[in-house]
Design a protein around this ligand. Structure first.
Ligand code: NAD
Length: 471
């Protein structure tokens, strides 16, 4: 049995001051695999003090000094892709297919941040006025459990590029993955105090970061409810906030779409990260004229999305992270049925032979209207709602009829038309014909999906403050 009882503060692994011990369960078989001691407020305060000391020097570094650190972090994380992938599969139940991709993305994000830093002008002047962009100070980085090492790397990369020092509060459900990630960051031999990591409960360690006056900025990825509380509680110390929250992303199939391509892609987008993805396209908007063909194409494509052992490279959908999350997804499937939606594939209950783990059946609902609970709330599991529309304008209206606005997808063979539709969607990212990524493009939400943007120059700017000097 593994035990984790240390945090990473001031460049060293130090014993936890916390007293609460939590069991880590392998979601594939329900077995306890480790015990972690959760950090408390005192651990958080020690980490904040270390970051504050380090900021006095690091906040004044040049672009080149920061770029060197980002390159070093890229090297060490890249060298650990295999190990980080294995731990993500074991502790979180991510499929090995997805886990490797996301861990690799977490390694490349350091180089993407370096590129963005080189491109970002950090000073401008005119007449006798000079404006410089200064790091805001100590950054509190609070992350969820669904792509742990990627979020740790992405947030740290932008913060360090800007010249901020960091205290990271990862999800308490990701302690093994965090431990593996810290071990590689330690290899980078960063100056002490640049990156501190305290894993504990959100309402203990997260709350301390939010209220502590020595933390200037919170960059948070997680649920809408917690995002709102961070904004509210952070106001007392005038925190700068970036909030990356939930989504209920529409995927519009235009009537000229090629279903042979679009349906497997739509299922891949819906079941991304076993459905536990903020960007998952969970509302499939389909022209009424092609509804029957879409249903048939979904049934035909489903065998390519097997649920099961996440270590098997063929598996497309793994277990849910915890029993609680599994129950939550099951309850939404029940709710969908109660509200009159029709199960096309999947449904309630565990898939056969997978009763020991936290598995749900990948489920597609048809006859869904956009006002049903399953079409409005983020389920965070492999559940897709098919919603029929009449005209193109109807599709746009339904796509935008949501409190969220994180991501959207449009598929069609007529590209100018797909672009025209995309330009009317209220979402931070709209991908045309696929699940696409660009680590220089901003990522973040309209409406309740958040505030601010991450990645590229946009992500670095979120940790900067302009200062004008007038002579
Ligand atoms: P969560 O909001 O429960 O927790 C996220 C983090 O916040 C965790 O580290 C948690 O411990 C911490 N936290 C909890 N209460 C806190 C408090 N009072 N103060 C400070 N910190 C607190 O979310 P989760 O269940 O870990 O993750 C799933 C959610 O994350 C989903 O809603 C999903 O959409 C969202 N998410 C968003 C993005 C994005 O980029 N927009 C990406 C991934 C996940």
């Amino acid at each position: 049995m593994k035990t984790i009882s240390q945090h990473y503060i001031d460049g060293a692994f130090v014993d936890s001051h916390g007293r609460e011990v939590m069991e880590i369960v392998n979601p594939t078989n329900g077995k306890v695999i480790a015990r972690e001691t959760l950090a408390d407020e005192e651990d958080a305060r020690l980490a904040i003090a270390a970051a504050k000391r380090a900021f006095a020097t690091f906040g004044r570094t040049t672009k080149e000094e920061r770029a060197k650190i980002l390159r070093r972090l890229h090297e060490v994380v890249s060298a650990s892709v295999d190990h980080l992938t294995d731990v993500m599969v074991e502790e979180y139940g991510g499929t090995v297919r997805f886990s490797r991709l996301i861990v690799e993305a977490g390694a490349s994000v350091f180089l993407a941040a370096e590129k963005a830093l080189q491109e970002l002008p950090l000073s401008r002047s005119w007449g006798t006025t000079t404006v410089t962009w200064e790091p805001v100070g100590v950054a509190g980085l609070i992350t969820p459990w669904n792509a742990n090492s990627f979020f740790l790397s992405a947030k740290l990369a932008s913060a360090l590029a800007a010249g901020c020092t960091a205290v990271i509060k990862p999800s308490e459900l990701s302690a093994l993955q965090t431990q593996a990630w810290i071990e590689c960051v330690h290899e980078a031999k960063l100056p002490k105090g640049l990156c501190n990591v305290v894993t504990g409960r959100g309402d203990v360690v997260g709350a301390e970061l939010v209220r502590n006056p020595d933390v200037a900025k919170i960059s948070f990825t997680g649920s809408v409810g917690v995002g709102k509380s961070i904004m509210r509680d952070g106001a007392a110390t005038m925190k700068r906030v970036t909030l990356e929250l939930g989504g209920k992303s529409p995927n519009i199939l235009l009537d000229d779409v090629d279903l042979d391509e679009a349906i497997p892609r739509a299922l891949g987008i819906a079941f991304l990260n076993s459905g536990q993805a903020c960007a998952a396209g969970t509302r499939l908007l389909v022209p009424k004229s092609r509804l029957d063909a879409v249903k048939q194409a979904i049934v035909d494509a489903m065998p390519a999305f097997p649920v099961g052992d996440p270590t098997d490279p063929k598996t497309a959908v793994g277990p849910m992270v915890t029993e609680k999350q599994c129950e939550r997804v099951q309850s939404y499937i029940r709710k969908g049925i109660e509200e009159g939606a029709e199960v096309l594939v999947g449904g309630e209950g565990h898939p056969k032979g997978l009763e020991a783990g936290h598995f749900v059946k990948p489920t597609v609902f048809v006859n869904v209207s956009n006002d049903m609970t399953i079409a409005r709330e983020e389920i965070f599991g492999p559940v897709l709602c098919v919603i029929a529309y009449g005209t193109e304008q109807d599709a746009i209206r339904i796509a935008n009829d949501t409190t969220f606005g994180l991501h959207a997808f449009v598929s069609g063979t007529n590209l100018p038309r797909a672009r025209r539709v995309a330009s009317q969607i209220l979402a931070g990212r709209v991908a045309i014909n696929g699940m696409l990524d660009d680590q220089q493009a901003p990522f973040g939400g309209f409406k309740h999906s958040g505030i601010g943007r991450e990645f590229g120059t946009f992500g670095i700017e979120a940790f900067l403050e302009p200062r004008a000097i007038l002579e």
